[in-house]
Write a protein that binds this ligand. Structure first.
Ligand code: GBH
Length: 483
């Protein structure tokens, strides 16, 4: 093997281990389309987007989106072209069990679709990372008993759904994520009401819901559903199938707005609300003290038997992270730990330029700090299961303009450089990087406005076109992965 100039210049060993996993992530509701085909049931997001006064920004739905239900071979082909080692996608619960419940029939055509996708990936040497739940609860369960807010029902129904998936795919799928971002399921879905099922105390914005109580019950039930799936896998499937399973939590680094004590405390409280709420019980085996202080009796408690299930129910820390904020005390939003977020600090220093989403700026050093924080506190190998960027006004650009995605390229390359520093210089055990997202898709309540893909999608023809960022990421890994 010949050594590159870079190696001779003293960077020998500044590489990720050969078994570092990388690729791209997607979610079923955002890419599949074909919502009425082959027996698929309705999801809460189908219903949310079709509501009379839809809360989706551009009034769109995901009935067609990227049409990956028919074009999954195109998706695998571009993954292969990008030399991705893995693909993280989610299963649609209502495609597999249209009515959702533990006594409801399984849809063989739904299973067939995912079998085809998994087999196609494996034939191309791409490792599947499979999420069971990326926000698309069967509408039938919402109608039957209120979905995630009925503990006894939803936990059993989710457990059975997980069992169907382990049975059907576990011979070939060895990497499982139970639930994507329980915080986003609860807070936008049941607290602010701007995501499905759209419940909140805010009237008339939401017709139903109770911000005081429901989000904390839903969060509790999501943890229990996850823990039951973990125990089921651990006991009955792992011995044969030998895979790994965990949950993916979203969370972004927060940097104190000024150096005073109260900004530091705000940072601590925000981490507790966004992450500790779930991560403390699952990874540390105790509830978040700060969440208990903020919520009092409104935060449900686990019984001793439930604690046995929840504590330690993870093989790795699944991390979705996108941005960084400055933070200080203020406001009464419990979901932010009674703090306020900014992109500028007290000295007027700015974190970065606005992009397509008001909540997102690129902050590579914040990413590095975040990885270090998670590893020190939760002491598990970290899989970065999502990170990504949407360029400003990309939806208004021509295809050629959109494919020349300088800001997205910079985002991913800078994040990867900082991931490498976290691994090499800070000793953080990071095992994967999945970019969000493989291709432009339906961005939930923001419809087709933000485009996060490394692949441009023409939503009329459904054709996929690589953006420049995809090539840059491939080259980064060519250079930074050990042989
Ligand atoms: C990811 O969540 C999702 O997993 C993925 O499906 C989605 O496509 C991707 O984000 C891009 O949006 O508007 O100020 O209320 C990332 C975590 C948490 C980021 C909620 C946006 C909304 C902030 N998300 N947050 S605000």
């Amino acid at each position: 093997m010949t050594r590159s100039m870079e190696d001779l210049n003293g960077h020998v060993g500044h590489r990720l281990p050969a078994d570092f996993m990388w690729g791209y992530a997607t979610a079923a509701q955002q890419i599949e389309g074909a919502v009425d085909e082959d027996g698929r049931g309705e999801s809460i997001w189908d219903r949310f987007a079709s509501a009379q006064s839809s809360k989706v920004q551009d009034g769109s739905n995901s009935n067609e989106t990227c049409d990956s239900y028919h074009r999954y071979k195109d998706d695998v082909r571009i993954l292969k072209q990008y030399k991705a080692k893995g693909y993280r996608f989610s299963l649609s619960w209502p495609r597999i069990i249209p009515k959702g419940g533990r006594d409801d029939p399984v849809n063989p055509l739904g299973l067939q679709y995912y079998n085809n996708l998994i087999n196609e990936l494996l034939a191309e040497g791409i490792t599947p990372y499979v999420t069971l739940y990326h926000w698309d609860c069967p509408q039938a369960l919402e109608d039957r008993y209120g979905g995630w807010r009925d503990k006894d029902e939803i936990v059993q129904d989710f457990r059975r759904y997980a069992q169907v998936c382990f049975e059907a795919f576990g011979d070939r799928v060895k990497n499982w994520i139970t639930i994507n971002e329980p915080y986003v399921v609860t807070i936008p879905g049941w607290f602010n009401g701007d995501c499905a099922p759209g419940r909140s105390s805010k009237r008339p914005f939401s017709a139903d819901g109770n911000t005081e109580t429901e989000p904390w019950i839903v969060g509790h039930n999501l943890m229990l559903a996850h823990a039951h799936a973990y125990q089921l896998y651990d006991k009955y499937y792992r011995p044969q199938q030998g895979g790994k399973l965990s949950i993916t939590l979203n969370g972004d680094w927060v940097e104190p707005w000024s150096d005073d004590e109260s900004s530091h405390r705000a940072a601590e409280r925000k981490m507790a609300a966004a992450i500790g709420w779930f991560a403390d019980p699952i990874f540390l085996g105790h509830e978040s003290k700060i969440m208990r202080e903020m919520l009092g009796d409104r935060l449900p408690t686990f019984t001793p038997e439930e604690w046995c299930l929840v504590k330690g129910s993870s093989d790795f820390y699944g991390c979705n992270t996108y941005t960084t904020n400055y933070i200080k005390c203020g406001g009464d939003d419990v979901s932010l730990g009674n703090s306020e977020l900014f992109f500028q600090n007290s000295r007027g220093e700015s974190l970065g330029d606005p992009c397509a989403c008001p909540w997102l700026v690129s902050c590579p050093w914040g990413f590095r700090k975040h990885l270090g924080y998670l590893y020190r506190r939760y002491k598990k190998p970290i899989l970065v299961t999502e990170a990504g960027f949407a360029c400003k006004d990309e939806h208004l650009m021509t295809r050629e303009e959109a494919c020349n995605d300088v800001e997205r390229t910079a985002y991913h390359i800078n994040y990867l450089d900082n991931l490498l520093k976290a691994v090499i210089e800070d000793g953080v055990d990071v095992r994967s990087y999945f970019g969000w997202t493989l291709m432009d898709n339906w961005e939930w309540a923001e419809g087709y406005i933000p485009r996060f893909g490394v692949t441009y999608v023409d939503f009329k023809t459904k054709q996929r076109y690589p953006k420049d960022s995809a090539g840059a990421i491939t080259r980064w890994f060519d250079k930074h992965l050990s042989a």
